[in-house]
Design a binder for this molecule. Sequence first.
Ligand SMILES: NC(=O)c1ccc[n+]([C@@H]2O[C@H](COP(=O)([O-])OP(=O)(O)OC[C@H]3O[C@@H](n4cnc5c(N)ncnc54)[C@H](O)[C@@H]3O)[C@@H](O)[C@H]2O)c1
Length: 250
Amino acid sequence: MSNLFSLEGRTALVTGAGRGIGQAIAIAFAEAGADLVLVGSSPMEETEKRIAELGRTSTSYLVDLLDVPNITQSFQKIVSENTIDIVLNNAGIIRREPAIEHTLENWQSVIDINLSAVFIVSQQVAKQMLERGSGKIINIASLLSFQGGITVPGYAASKHGVAGITKAFANEWANKGVQINAIAPGYISTANTAALREDEARSTAILERIPAGRWGQVSDLVGAAVFLASTASDYVNGHVLVVDGGWMSR
Ligand SMILES: NC(=O)c1ccc[n+]([C@@H]2O[C@H](COP(=O)([O-])OP(=O)(O)OC[C@H]3O[C@@H](n4cnc5c(N)ncnc54)[C@H](O)[C@@H]3O)[C@@H](O)[C@H]2O)c1
């Protein structure tokens, strides 16, 4: 049974692997036996160190995923230098600003990294995966793949889009051995949600709605990620797996 979830012999690429959810899942992939390709806009020494301590290897690439015109070229190089079995499209940003005054700059940068980069990275790695007839792509979606949120219209649009392209790609790739799915994390304690936790009223309102009675930790997401990266999920396609302490059930 444990072989179903083993990632031994696989290489997993994680974007935004320097901290938060991406770091936790990169380390979990290494614990499950994978070697890593780490992609981030700044050095990721802590993640590299933790992976090495687990006896696995990692190769890091500095890529600014906000620089959309250059992502294709960067990933052509990464794919030419590595055989990628698993991809976690995790890097993302959020811009909080009321809808009526939400700037086009904030809207565009969130759409660029959260959605356009996921589209391009998936396309580039899938070329190699489709040729080989196997591969796993996992996108980090959000509760705002289903809901509108408050003061984050660009983020909600981008994460609805992530759910959409997850399904769209799955429809074309499921019969070619490539599974693409998404994880929709609930409210997880990371830099992404620091502003919410600092706002006492929002923080209390959020906590009251979580049936599990607590915010999530990055460790709450790693089981779902290893499942979607492993052969255990070979017949799971185009699914958005909510890991939210029950938030969406309310
Ligand atoms: N924390 C939550 O509650 C929550 C909930 C749902 C979805 N998410 C999503 O999870 C993902 C990870 O977020 P997190 O919570 O770990 O927050 P985080 O801010 O700690 O992590 C974001 C990661 O993206 C990377 N990144 C940012 N800009 C980049 C750029 N221009 N180029 C390359 N990499 C860049 C950062 O370096 C960082 O590693 C995001 O897609 C976020 O939208 C988070």
